[in-house]
Ligand binder design. Sequence first.
Ligand code: SAM
Ligand code: SF4
Length: 336
Amino acid sequence: MPLDARQFAPLVDAYGRTVTYLRMSVTDRCDLRCTYCMAEHMVFMPKKNLLSIEELARLGDAFIRRGARKLRLTGGEPLVRRGVIDLIGDLSKHLRTGALDEITLTTNGTQLARHAEALASFGVRRVNVSLDTLDPVRYAQVTRRGVIEKTLEGLDAAQTARLSVKLNALAGRGPFEAEVDDLIRFAHGRGMDLTLIEEMPMGATGLNRSETFLALDELRCDLSKRWTLTDLSHNTGGPARYVKVGETGGRLGFISPMSCNFCSLCNRARLSATGRLYTCMGQEGSVDLKPALRDDVAQLDLLLRQAVAAKPSGHNFQTQTVARPSVRRFMSDLGG
Ligand code: SAM
Ligand code: SF4
């Protein structure tokens, strides 16, 4: 095989899984401080350590040339990163050539009202918006500073711009259980899927996760007493398992990394905003791609292949030790 063809061959790990999905964190900063995600007083990366928008674009190009078909921008909050819309505009060239199937975003929605139209104009078709509660007081508590109206305006703007919206809600014991029915009605009433996420023990947030952790199989059991849930074969290629809710006609997803390990199908790699490549969210290991960005393409290719070859078979999260972090990193360092 000629050198160029070898360099741009797909990235396949030791278990035969091909990386076709890149999650790119564009910042570790955020305008919120959700209790399950961050500590109250966070120390963020010095801005000089972050990749520039141009470097992020080059790494996006590198993955797409090696077979990534899907790109999700995340963070921290991706829409607080200056230049992020330019980055999406740049990467959207791959949608036009057909090299990439989609660019999506996971966002808290607070800045969506400003950006929804631009996102749609660059070919973004879907966004995931995180919303754990519809109660303004609880929203302010969970996010430690958020104003729910901003996210609700963001949802309106996204739907006006014809972006398909999926709501993500982090499941937890207590008030969430009392509110989950309202979230289902809200999401499905507006034509949005809703995905429930199991809390993962990432980063020392200062709260005891053993008090809040709620296994989704238990929640599903409880929901099925009130709702007619029918398993769907619908699969986004990701870890969510979907059911149809008979009473609303809408889709409800369950992401259960703790109680249901789906690593054998993992097609993802994650890039931090500082240029470190993580091939597993639930492990500490990473490879720094930044120096290679300045070197020749062969060096970058070598690092990418070494990193993917060492992709762990699965995560190390332990349900029984949920109270202490399985990895030191906060969820906001790398995105969901
Ligand atoms: N700021 C954006 C947002 O909130 O959607 C993107 C980054 S945020 C880290 C991505 C997702 O991770 C959110 O849906 C959030 O609920 C989820 N998340 C944060 N901390 C988590 C944890 N400890 N376990 C599971 N999911 C978590
Ligand atoms: Fe920010 Fe998202 Fe983490 Fe909440 S979950 S603190 S919105 S990064």
